[in-house]
Design a protein. Structure first.
Length: 238
């Protein structure tokens, strides 16, 4: 099992990604789900994080969420009270029931890390689909897009919190690695410093389409998707 990400930054995740347009993305996800399975009303969000997409979709679907990070699930539980949340690995979870739609968004599938774990994750998601159900996966970057040595920065300047996050991209085999250095200032804790290592698998389109096919799903890939990283929409045949 790969290490759990966001253990330290879970409390600050929503500030870090405060500009993410969850509501607009939920509209697009809903449109794709209903186009593929009209009348769909149950949804499982895999690697749901702090529940941003769940909150935006829970007024349209009976939702549940799965994530490996207990810290992120704790934040999600406050955000989407009443939505069942489960702590489990995306490659092996088993809730014992099926859904009209399953989603795995914001490049979380990259945390599968290896092609073997990618196959296992897609298979686990497929097992939770009703016949005719739809799986939507937002991928991480493809190998040819990843830039080794890329410098990244993110700054949050809000009245009650200041955050600086810096990273230098490296590559370890087929993993994109970011050692993210955080400086966080709050009145309660003062200035905190911590480092989180994020390692995401660099999967090709062919590898991802093969994972859907191996799971018995009929998938299509679009290159742009919600935020420019692409999107996979897959159907479990009836």
């Amino acid at each position: 099992m790969l290490p759990v990400m966001y253990a330290r930054s879970a409390l600050f995740y929503d500030a870090i990604y405060g500009s993410k347009e969850y509501a607009a993305e939920a509209d697009e996800i809903d449109r794709r789900i209903q186009a593929a399975r009209p009348g769909a009303n149950t949804l499982l969000d895999v690697a749901c994080g702090t529940g941003g997409h769940l909150r935006a979709l829970s007024d349209r679907y009976r939702c549940e969420g799965v994530d490996l990070s207990s810290e992120q699930l704790a934040v999600a539980a406050e955000r989407v009270a009443g939505v069942p949340l489960h702590q489990a690995d995306m490659t092996s979870f088993d809730l014992g029931r099926r859904f009209d739609a399953v989603t795995c968004l914001f490049s979380a599938i990259g945390y599968a890390g290896t092609v073997e774990r990618l196959d296992a994750a897609i298979a686990a998601m497929a097992r939770h689909l009703e016949p005719g159900g739809v799986l939507i996966v937002e991928p991480w970057l493809e190998p040819q897009v990843w830039q080794d040595g890329h410098l990244s920065s993110l700054f949050v300047d809000q009245p009650d919190i200041k955050i600086a996050r810096l990273a230098v991209s490296t590559t370890e085999g087929r993993l994109a690695v970011m050692e993210m250095e955080h400086l966080v200032a709050t009145r309660e804790a003062g200035v905190e410093h911590f480092v989180e290592r994020h390692a995401l698998g660099l999967f090709t389109v062919d590898e991802q389409l093969a994972a859907f096919a191996a799971a018995g799903l009929e998938a299509r890939h679009e290159s742009t998707g919600l935020i420019g990283r692409g999107l996979y929409t897959a159907i479990r045949p009836r």
